[in-house]
Design a protein around this ligand. Structure first.
Ligand code: C2E
Ligand code: MG
Ligand code: MG
Length: 508
């Protein structure tokens, strides 16, 4: 039973000459206690003494008499700070901390299974900034923030994470409604110049339906992020549900991330070599070094683990491991009098976040003392998209060190031609996708033929990747391509087999 506050007051507060005689006194004190975030009897018994009063009741009474202020209560203040820490200051809507706290409560109360979790990101916000300017873009973003936060009804929450990404938990039965609303959120501060209507902002959304197995809000966010990653790699998909396939993929990625370091120490990586062959002479003129990972009897493809290592930052170490191995092999072949061809090593775009990669490559070449014409570095055009300036300066430096460079997978990205304009590659590697349905197709013939002519005019040699049949080889010969790489001649070969190939360089 609750004690009568008035009685309590009279008994305990005599020393301070505070008397409780107003009829609404109890209500008033309770209201103050509520402001102090002391709603239970226990919490009113906890007295920190920081306000200078002997008890919380004394303090509350003093406030009711105007003799003290609510701000002097550390409880009130501490909670207020907490509140501030849960609001995005720029937009006044809940932030990530608020999501954590709110979801944590749902998890511990077991109610989380009644909810759906969502994570979303505005599609093409860059274009809004470009079209309407940054100031208008900012205003649109503020309006959008408030609109999406308001989509959360009672006992739901939508919070801003950072920039233009958001996270939320909504009752599962309302999920379709929320997803529909996120398809087009009108912002009234921007008008489409052609239609005069408010501009609509659309979001890409990942969804996770909690099954009660999550022990923290962060675990849920990880699942949302994994599902989001799936759609962020696509052009048109707007919504992605977290499912078993994504879970398996995520687990595989986690396995790769943790296994790579020990695998390197345990010597599980090998370098294979795939010959590049002069189409007319049918003679080996180069080779590409390709990493191979043998783990507990399985061969894990670089197409699977390289993208994971790029995300985790482990790719730098791997690429330098390959470079060192290649240099060691070249040195051995040179010392044994074997005629060596130029070996190309793949370097991930992730090296170009800093511009010292050329120096680091040169240091390795110097350490092994190999002839510089024996080494070429392959880059993909995505390196240009992300860190163009660093790529340009790295290529120039590599040339100044006497090393050659090639552009890999030409034609798969979006910047191929502008890249050729700005950088001097020694070799252009035509991606194998060019070959698909190309043979005998007049349009492909015009495209491939002209690319090869242009490359030659720019003094580049052209390698056609993925040649599997004689027919494809004949076609590339007709297109005046000089060099071919593909299963027709050889698969990527382990060191010893490749060494044999170097000793018998002609394909009969
Ligand atoms: P890439 O650099 O374009 O290498 C060519 C890929 O095509 C290789 O796949 C090769 O085995 C495959 N290939 C060669 N000829 C044929 C053919 O006739 N038909 C078909 N269908 N495929 C052919 P691989 O070895 O699985 O490597 C895949 C990708 O992984 C490479 O593509 C490269 O981007 C990356 N990679 C491989 N090794 C390294 C490395 O040491 N460092 C980095 N950063 N990436 C690497
Ligand atoms: Mg390559
Ligand atoms: Mg390639």
């Amino acid at each position: 039973m609750r004690e009568n506050v008035s009685e309590l007051n009279v008994g305990r507060l005599e020393g301070r000459h505070i008397r409780a005689y107003e009829p609404d006194y109890e209500e008033k004190i309770n209201a103050i206690f509520w402001l102090m975030h002391k709603e239970t009897e226990e919490s009113r018994e906890i007295n920190c003494h920081s306000c200078g009063y002997g008890s919380c009741l004394e303090m509350a009474t003093a406030i009711s008499k105007g003799e003290s202020k609510i701000e002097n209560c550390i409880h009130y203040m501490a909670d207020d700070q907490l509140k501030i820490s849960m609001i995005d200051i720029r937009n006044g809507i809940p932030n990530y901390n608020a999501y954590l706290k709110f979801t944590d409560k749902l998890i511990s109360s077991g109610k989380i299974t009644e909810y759906s979790a969502i994570y979303f990101n505005i599609i093409n916000f860059k274009q809004i900034n470009q079209k309407y300017g940054f100031r208008n873009g900012d205003a649109a973003l503020r309006e959008y923030c408030v609109a999406v936060a308001k989509m959360a009804k009672a006992e739901e929450l939508i919070a801003v994470v950072s920039g233009n990404s958001y996270v939320g938990v909504v009752h599962s039965e309302r999920l379709p409604e929320v997803l529909k609303a996120l398809e087009e959120v009108p912002v009234f501060c921007l008008k489409d110049p052609e239609t005069g209507k408010p501009v609509s902002i659309s979001a890409r959304v990942s969804v996770y339906l909690p099954d009660g197995s999550d022990t923290s809000p962060q675990m849920m966010v990880e699942k949302l992020a994994a599902a989001f990653e799936e759609i962020s790699r696509t052009q048109n998909q707007r919504i992605c549900y977290y499912d078993e396939k994504i879970r398996q993929k995520k687990m595989r990625e986690e396995f790769i991330t943790h296994a790579i370091g020990p695998a390197m120490d345990a010597g599980e990586f090998d370098v294979y070599y795939q010959p590049k062959v002069d189409i007319n002479a049918r003679k080996i003129v180069g080779a590409e070094a390709l990493i191979r990972w043998r783990h507990e009897g399985d061969m894990i493809s670089p197409a699977e683990f390289i993208p994971v290592c790029e995300r985790t930052g482990q790719v730098q170490k791997l690429d330098f491991y390959v470079l060192n191995t290649v240099c060691r092999h070249i040195r051995k072949w040179v010392e044994e009098g074997i005629e060596v061809v130029t070996i190309s090593v793949n370097f991930s775009k992730h090296h170009f976040i800093k511009d010292t990669v050329a120096e680091e490559i040169n240091d390795v070449v110097e350490t092994w003392g190999i002839p510089r014409e024996c080494l070429e570095i392959e880059f993909t055009e995505t390196a240009y998209l992300e860190d163009g300036d660093n790529l340009v300066s790295s290529i120039n430096k590599l040339h100044s060190y006497g090393l050659s460079v090639s552009m890999d997978d030409f034609g798969t990205g979006y910047s191929s031609l502008s890249m050729l304009q700005n950088m001097s590659f020694d070799t252009l590697k035509l991606d194998k996708s060019f070959l698909e349905n190309a043979v005998g197709e007049p349009r492909s013939r015009a495209v491939i033929g002209n690319i090869i002519r242009m490359a030659k005019e720019l003094e580049m040699s052209v390698v056609s990747e993925g040649i599997e049949t004689e027919k494809e080889l004949e076609y590339m010969k007709l297109m005046e391509c000089d060099i071919a790489q593909g299963y027709l001649f050889d698969q990527p070969l382990p060191h010893d087999e490749f060494e044999q190939r170097l000793k018998q360089p002609v394909y009969l």
